[in-house]
Design a protein. Structure first.
Length: 250
C-alpha cells in the first residue's frame, strides 16, 4: 500500500508516520500493492483524531477514531477498518469492478473467514464466562494504622469553583476549590477522566492538610479523593446531597 499522511493542528512526526504505516500495514494483506491509504491526523479541542480513507474501484473504505492519545487513535482505527473489511467482504468483492483492488488471499478465503468468525465468537464467549466466574481484582489491605494517625488526616467536603487544563500536560487539571476554610488551588491528574466543564460545581472530598507541593508552577494544597472502578475509570467521591463546604469527614 501507498500512504499519504497529512496533519491539521499537529506536526506529523517521524514517530507518528511510522506508527501509521506499521498499524495500517497489517491491512496490506487485503489490498493490491498500488492501493493508496489517505490519512489525516488532527487535534480538535482535547481530542486527537485520525481519519483514514482507502478508495477502491466502486467504493470507499473510510473510518475515523478519536482519543486523548494519537497513538491510541491509530490502534483503534486499524481495528475498525479490519472489522469493516471482514464484515462487508462478500459485498465488496461481488462487485467485479472492486475485485481488482483486493488481493487474491482476501477474495479466496470467504469460507475460512466465516469459520474463523464462529471460532472467535466461541472463544470470546468462553473468555467472558471465565472472567465472570473469576474473583474481581481487589488490592490487598494495607498495613494497619493507629487511630491517632488516622485522626491526623483532615478530610473535608469542598466545592470545585474553577477547573482548567495545565498547559503542556495530558493528565493534569488545575482546580480552585472552596474548602470552607479557604479557597485554594489543587493540581490533580484527572484530565483523562473528566473535562473541566463537568467538574465545576461538583462537591468532592479533599485531604486538606496534605503537605503542599509545587506542580508545573502551581502550589497544590490538598488532594482530591477518588476511587477507580473495574474498568479503570476514576470516580469522584463526595456527599450524596449538597453539603456545606468545610464539613468534616470522619
Amino acid at each position: 500500500m501507498r500512504y499519504t499522511i497529512t496533519g491539521r493542528n499537529i506536526e506529523v512526526t517521524q514517530g507518528l508516520r511510522e506508527a501509521v504505516e506499521d498499524k495500517l500495514g497489517k491491512l496490506e494483506k487485503y489490498f493490491t500493492p498500488d492501493t493508496e491509504a489517505v490519512v489525516t491526523l488532527s487535534v480538535q479541542r482535547e481530542l486527537q483524531k485520525i481519519e483514514v480513507t482507502i478508495p477502491v474501484k466502486g467504493s470507499i473504505i473510510r473510518a475515523e477514531e478519536s482519543s486523548n492519545d494519537m497513538y491510541v487513535s491509530i490502534d483503534l482505527v486499524e481495528e475498525v477498518i479490519e472489522r469493516q473489511l471482514k464484515k462487508y467482504k462478500k459485498k465488496l468483492i461481488d462487485k467485479k469492478q472492486n475485485a481488482v483492488s483486493f488481493s487474491d488471499a482476501f477474495i479466496e478465503k470467504i469460507e475460512d473467514d466465516v469459520i474463523q468468525r464462529q471460532l472467535d465468537k466461541l472463544a470470546a464467549t468462553k473468555a467472558a464466562n471465565l472472567a465472570a466466574e473469576a474473583p474481581q481484582g481487589v488490592e490487598p489491605q494495607k498495613a494497619e494504622v493507629a487511630f491517632d494517625d488516622f485522626q491526623k488526616m483532615d478530610i473535608r467536603v469542598a466545592t470545585i469553583l474553577t477547573a482548567e487544563k495545565v498547559a503542556k500536560t495530558k493528565k493534569l487539571l488545575r482546580l480552585t476549590v472552596d474548602t470552607g476554610i479557604d479557597q485554594r488551588e489543587i493540581v490533580s491528574g484527572i484530565a483523562e477522566h473528566f473535562t473541566p466543564e463537568e467538574l465545576v460545581g461538583r462537591q468532592v472530598l479533599v485531604l486538606v492538610n496534605l503537605q503542599p507541593r509545587e506542580l508545573k508552577g502551581t502550589l497544590s494544597r490538598g488532594m482530591i479523593l477518588m476511587a477507580e472502578d473495574a474498568g479503570g475509570r476514576l470516580r469522584l467521591l463526595g456527599p450524596d446531597a449538597e453539603t456545606i463546604a468545610g464539613a468534616v469527614v470522619g
